[in-house]
Design a protein around this ligand. Sequence first.
Ligand SMILES: [Zn+2]
Ligand SMILES: [Zn+2]
Length: 150
Amino acid sequence: MITNTSALRDVLAGHGVKPTFQRLTILGAVMDNRSHPTIRALHAALVRKIPTLSKTTLYSTLELFAAKGLVRALTIDPAEVRYDGVPAPHHHFHCTACRRILDIEISCTNSRAGEIHGHRIDEVHGYFKGVCRDCRANDGRSVASPDRNK
Ligand SMILES: [Zn+2]
Ligand SMILES: [Zn+2]
């Protein structure tokens, strides 16, 4: 996990993004949050560090990071875009009961070669939907989601 500022600065510079204080703080927040946060959740956490941060600025910064391959925008939850600070390819499971999004570490054999039927693959998204292990154990009643209790 990248939490120190000089490592974050190297990551941004290495992707051709000018490392400002605001960008470093936002990138650190996304990379440290493993729950695939929404804009709302990220904004709530970040305004404590950057009181002047608007949701619009946060959104455009995340779009920039996504375009540079630093974060991934997930559309697995039709209600809200979720952000992933782990850019390495992995799949996701969306629990329709508690709305958590869990990482699923399986490799997609079709995409390993980097191309399919002559098309170049830039991104691979594997989305699974259903009821997570915790909610199933809880007899179908959803477990508390940190995002929902805001
Ligand atoms: Zn669940
Ligand atoms: Zn993920």
